[in-house]
Design a protein around this ligand. Structure first.
Ligand SMILES: *[C@@H]1O[C@H](CO)[C@@H](O)[C@H](O)[C@H]1NC(C)=O
Ligand SMILES: *[C@@H]1O[C@H](CO)[C@@H](O)[C@H](O)[C@H]1NC(C)=O
Ligand SMILES: *[C@@H]1O[C@H](CO)[C@@H](O)[C@H](O)[C@H]1NC(C)=O
Length: 423
């Protein structure tokens, strides 16, 4: 762990006591914050750590608590307890703690223009009031950004206020994505607990160089029907991570409990998804591809993951009558169980969100590897379903693929290498 991270974790750990002591800590007050930082440095580390995290010449202090010390490069630490403080904090601070923030109606939590190198810590419970709109609720952007959750913190999207069983297909207006992420450079999101998002959770778009690790996305409360959902699960289209137009993204060590794709990559390159637990949704997906502003996806690896209680394990879906490219995609070491539709699914016939049964070939799918995909499907499911357009699939390697329990597999394209049998 980098020294900077150690320092920041230590900072998080002292925040609750400071909050209890200081009546003015709820504001963006640099002097208060710098005192906090000084205390932290002393209790947790040495002079060298302090020097590491600063470029100023005022950071050599190692003794008295009465000496103020600037910790963050070119900025100060600020704690935000009300939405009105967010704009000034993001404009001037590089260590921001959002403490029990209640985001009011008709408001987006705007962290889209963070200063380079900023750390934002969600502490306590972050909540969102209902708004009759389709705008996103949290926007995050900037270079070399760290976004993290303090121990025990929760980001609660108040999805219950929007859920009506229809997701983005109809019903009332809903925030299309809960969190839009456009971070670049060397950014990290870590240790966030997110629950009850309205429709899709993350949109990772025009992002690069970003690692997401140690998140829990829990939309299990949306499995039960509610008064508006007509007997269906109240939450719908609740994708965990939608990735588009992004490069060099890692999503790892994360649990997603939801009702749609665990991860869906629709465009971009160099995306690695590993050590996931996907529960209740539609699996680890590419697509749908075609008919969007960007329609090329390449170099995606899904590995070392569990997909359970889900419609699909691994899938690619492309849209009817559109163009695009799907190149060099690998799933390896995926354990599936209780799959209700397709264990492995590659289909080129989507139209208006549903399959037509008639594939088209404008999106090419090439360089697909399925390796060590094992587990069980429900008896009503198919273990494997491949429906390629004429000539649009090539270079598939399926090795050690063994999903059992389903019936009537159907493949109109045979992988070009490996020991796979579609029966
Ligand atoms: C993808 O990763 C490869 C290998 O690490 C690298 O050479 C290439 O530049 C990356 N592509 C992009 C668009 O960053
Ligand atoms: C199988 O998954 C479905 C969701 O697709 C779930 O409703 C059901 O409870 C699961 N069955 C078991 C035995 O876990
Ligand atoms: C196959 O994948 C499972 C996880 O699904 C993993 O535990 C196992 O080690 C893998 N086997 C090989 C030979 O890589």
């Amino acid at each position: 762990m980098a020294k900077t991270q150690l320092l920041l974790l230590a900072l998080v750990s002292v925040v609750p006591s400071i909050l209890a002591q200081s009546p003015i800590f709820g504001q963006c007050v640099p002097s208060t914050a710098t005192t906090t930082a000084t205390t932290t440095v002393k209790t947790t580390s040495s002079t060298s750590t302090t020097k590491t995290t600063s470029t100023t010449s005022t950071t050599k202090t190692t003794s008295s608590t009465s000496t103020t010390t600037t910790v963050s490069t070119g900025g100060t630490a600020c704690t935000v307890t009300a939405i009105a403080q967010v704009a000034s904090a993001t404009a001037s601070c590089t260590a921001i703690v959002l403490s029990n923030l209640a985001v009011p109606t008709s408001t987006t939590l705007d962290l889209s223009k963070l200063k380079t190198g900023t750390t934002v810590t969600f502490a306590g419970k972050t909540t969102f009031a209902y708004t009759d709109w389709d705008s996103d609720l949290i926007q995050i952007g900037g270079q070399d950004i760290t976004i993290q959750g303090a121990t025990g913190s929760v980001i609660d999207g108040n999805g219950q206020a929007w859920w009506d069983g229809q997701g983005s297909n109809g019903g009332i207006d809903k925030p299309d994505h809960f969190i839009v992420l456009k971070t670049t450079g060397k950014s990290i999101l870590q240790n966030l607990h997110i629950q009850n998002w309205p429709v899709h959770c993350f949109e990772i778009t025009s992002a690069s160089g970003t690692t997401i690790t140690g998140l829990t996305l829990d939309n299990s409360a949306g499995n039960a029907p509610n008064a508006a959902s007509g007997g269906l699960a109240a939450a719908h289209n609740s994708d965990g991570f939608d990735v588009s137009g992004s490069t060099n993204i890692v999503i790892t060590d994360t649990t997603v409990i939801n009702q749609d794709d665990c991860v869906a990559v629709t465009s971009g390159t160099n995306i690695t998804v590993s050590n996931m637990v996907c529960d209740g949704g539609h699996g680890l997906s590419i697509g749908s591809i075609g008919g969007k502003s960007k329609n090329d996806v390449a170099n995606v690896l899904f590995t070392n993951s569990v997909v359970k209680n889900s419609e699909n394990g691994a899938r690619i879906k492309t849209n009817s009558g559109t163009t695009g490219t799907v190149t060099n995609i690998e799933w390896s070491n995926i354990q599936v169980s209780n799959i209700s539709i397709y264990g492995i699914d590659i289909q080129q016939d989507y139209l208006n969100g549903g399959p037509t049964g008639t594939p088209t070939n404008g999106v090419t799918i090439t360089g697909i590897t399925m390796s060590n995909i094992t587990g069980t499907a429900a008896s009503s499911a198919k273990n494997y379903y491949i429906l390629c357009g004429s000539g649009s699939c090539s270079d598939f390697t399926f090795e050690n693929v063994a999903i059992t329990g389903g019936k009537a597999d159907s493949c109109n394209f045979t992988p070009t290498s490996g020991n796979f049998q579609c029966i």
